[in-house]
Design a protein around this ligand. Structure first.
Ligand SMILES: Nc1ncnc2c1ncn2[C@@H]1O[C@H](COP(=O)(O)OP(=O)(O)OP(=O)(O)O)[C@@H](O)[C@H]1O
Ligand SMILES: [Mg+2]
Length: 236
């Protein structure tokens, strides 16, 4: 498949001797989007860390645009076009918003002006240091920083975690706009299943390190029984 951007085949990975992911396979098309759902501790963050090359992978392969990157160093994966926003919202606390954005900048569609159009709140706060931002603003900055690297694929780890509903709405709108503007492929790990499914084309559900369900997001969002069984979600 020439338009496959990322392909995981039979991936087993973990930390030291502990196996967290047993056997994960999926393909992501160029401009595709995948929601990764599952209860706490099933290995969602570990999956993103594995795509970035930060875990110990003991079986399977990862291909990026047709090339085997299974053994490639994390910084080379980043340089090849994979952007990652960690669950811990890593930003530079002592740098201003503007400085945080410029240190990661690489040429491409996303410039600081476009970022400020996408997330006006960051423009208002551009002189504030990272540690003078609210949780929601920090999350916006973490997303913006990753965009400034102009990645071809963006890995987002629970971007809405702990945010007030109004900020979730603001961030959801920004992600939607980002998709229509640029069509960046992304993998979205999220506890808010309804939002994640509304933003993505496809979805997988993890359980104990395996993919236990896969479906188009538009189908899964209507499949109340499966959502309740696999992630304990009651769709209102
Ligand atoms: N650095 C680490 N070293 C050893 N074990 C780890 C490490 N990070 C995570 N684990 C273990 O791996 C398993 C999966 O963790 P992971 O963080 O991937 O889950 P998750 O699905 O992202 O959970 P959550 O929804 O709470 O973020 C857990 O049992 C966790 O304790
Ligand atoms: Mg996690």
């Amino acid at each position: 498949m020439p338009d496959t951007l990322l392909s995981l085949q039979g991936v087993r990975a973990g930390y030291g001797d502990a196996v967290v992911l047993s056997d994960i396979s999926f393909d992501l098309a160029d401009k595709g989007s995948l929601a990764v759902l599952g209860r706490n501790g099933v290995g969602k963050s570990t999956l993103l860390l594995t795509i970035m090359g930060f875990t110990r992978m003991t079986r399977g392969t990862i291909h990026w645009r047709g090339e085997d990157i299974t053994r490639l160093a994390p910084y080379k994966r980043a340089r090849a076009g994979i952007g990652w926003v960690a669950q811990e919202r890593e930003i530079f606390p002592s740098l201003t918003v503007a400085e945080n954005l410029t240190v990661t900048a690489r040429p491409g569609h996303w410039t600081i002006e476009r970022i400020y159009d996408l997330l006006p709140r960051l423009k208002e706060r551009r002189g504030n240091k990272g540690n003078q931002l609210s949780g929601g603003e920090q999350q916006m900055l973490a997303l913006a920083r990753a965009l400034m690297t102009n990645p071809q694929l963006l890995l987002l780890d629970e971007p809405f975690e702990g945010l007030a509903p109004i900020i979730v709405e603001e961030l959801t709108a920004a992600i939607r706009k980002m998709l229509t503007e640029q069509g960046t492929a992304f993998v979205l790990v999220e506890q808010h299943a309804e939002i994640a499914l509304s933003l993505t084309k496809d979805a997988i559900v993890l359980e104990r390190g395996n993919v236990v369900h896969r479906a188009p997001s538009a189908e899964l969002i209507k499949d109340e029984a499966t959502l309740e069984r696999l992630i304990g979600l009651k769709v209102s």
